[in-house]
Design a binder for this molecule. Structure first.
Ligand SMILES: Nc1ncnc2c1ncn2[C@@H]1O[C@H](COP(=O)(O)OP(=O)(O)OP(=O)(O)O)[C@@H](O)[C@H]1O
Ligand SMILES: [Mg+2]
Length: 233
């Protein structure tokens, strides 16, 4: 039988050294595992370690101890370039602060992951435009991030994360800057990807409705998992 584990996290701990006092531990011994098609909501108060956990899971940051495996590859021993290759092959990421490239238009930003793969021909450009259309920004493709509102930038960031049809999609507060209607549309898009392509979802959210749509919830407090449960509803 094929191993369908998409993300495995064991004993994940992150500490930051401090000059004046003992190291600050912001994540403590987190364990969980997700299979293809699973969806997980990470919830908890501000400062509880949600963004830190997401960055470690996606291979954007290195843990102080513990291991992360993405699609069967343990990323701990990899070089920066090798981790980037694993990310490019498997991972989509929507940052809490979007991190669009200011000198590129919306369309060019969406196409960055394609450029990294050398797949930026006209057919893929058409796909990027279609994705911008699906997030409601078809008319804004040649605008630069500074010309877009926060919610519009967030939607460009979502389109960029979707373009390579990642096996795992990490989103940090994907509806944080959106009004109710737009948020509904974006959430439907995210779960559409989950349903149609079997994409594994890991969503950090303060939105109880969004968390309830996920198969599981992991609640953090002071860097520790306090509960891990399927929704009670
Ligand atoms: N580079 C760093 N150096 C020191 N402390 C850090 C660093 N990065 C994050 N932290 C601390 O780690 C803790 C967890 O931060 P994190 O961003 O993961 O929280 P969060 O749960 O995502 O919060 P929010 O809901 O506000 O986004 C915070 O106390 C933060 O100050
Ligand atoms: Mg955060």
């Amino acid at each position: 039988m094929i191993d369908q584990t998409m993300l495995q996290v064991e004993g994940l701990t992150k500490s930051y050294p401090s000059a004046h006092r003992e190291a600050l531990t912001v994540l403590k011994a987190v364990d969980f595992s997700l299979s293809a098609g699973d969806s997980l909501a990470i919830v908890g108060p501000s400062g509880s370690g949600k963004t830190t956990l997401l960055g470690l899971c996606a291979g954007l940051d290195r843990p102080s101890s513990g291991t992360v495996s993405i699609a069967g590859t343990s990323i701990g021993g990899l070089t920066e370039d090798q981790r980037a290759a694993v990310r490019n092959a498997h991972v989509g990421f929507v940052f809490q602060n979007f991190q669009l490239i200011p000198t590129l238009t919306a369309l060019e930003n969406v196409m960055v992951p394609l450029e990294l793969r050398g797949e930026n021909g006209p057919a893929r450009e058409a796909e990027a435009l279609a994705l911008l259309d699906r997030v409601g920004l078809g008319e804004r493709s040649d605008h630069y991030p500074i010309q877009l509102s926060g919610g519009e930038q967030q939607r460009v960031a979502l389109a960029r994360a979707f373009i390579n049809q990642p096996k795992i999609l990490f989103c940090d507060e994907p509806t944080g800057n959106l009004d109710g209607d737009t948020a509904h549309r974006i959430v439907d898009l995210i779960f559409g990807l989950n349903r149609e392509k079997g994409t594994t979802l890991v969503l950090v959210t303060h939105d109880a409705e969004l968390a309830a749509r996920c198969g599981r919830t992991l609640r953090l407090k002071n860097g520790m998992v306090v509960t891990e449960a399927a929704p009670s509803a």
